[in-house]
Design a protein around this ligand. Sequence first.
Ligand code: VGL
Ligand code: ZN
Length: 192
Amino acid sequence: MSALLIVDVQNDFIDGSLAVPGAEGILAQINELILQRNWDLVVGSQDWHPLNHISFAETHGKQPFTEVSISGETRMLWPVHCVQGSKGAEISPLLDKNKVEGTHIEVDAYSAFDSTSHQLSSLLRQRNVSKLYICGLATDYCVRASALDAVTNGFETIVVTDCMRGVDERTSELALNEMSSAGVKLVKMNDI
Ligand code: VGL
Ligand code: ZN
């Protein structure tokens, strides 16, 4: 069985506080991708932070897009985004949600697989999904982390490169290379 995971197509990443360049332009593509094939399952994920999240620059009294070392790890500090219950955290009204069977939330991590209850991998296993296609936002953060985790969880993992966008061009390029080295397949929508 094959599933499509649509990562973090939320208002803040489209035209809100952490707008990803070109994000708006892929919504129509993603809507087409949803209809393009008879997916056994289509699921979404949603970035969902508490107000004083550790990844927010404001929490540290710093400027957004600077980096800090948190427990020995370099982490990017973001503008306040996708706060639980806010308009910015809502899935974009431009996404065709008809076939999407709910969303899995990421409170603290970039990966859609990293929720404490491992809900996403159990759902995929329950539905006998072996092949997972991933699209959405952002290439260099949540798409990257979700794809790498999908491989680790034993799924054949494919990212649809023309249905995703990154925060930064350089880190997106690095992320694509890293995913590819980890065994993630990179395809374009029309080659599926
Ligand atoms: C994301 C930056 C911060 C993402 C989430 O969805 O890729 N990026 N939080
Ligand atoms: Zn976030």
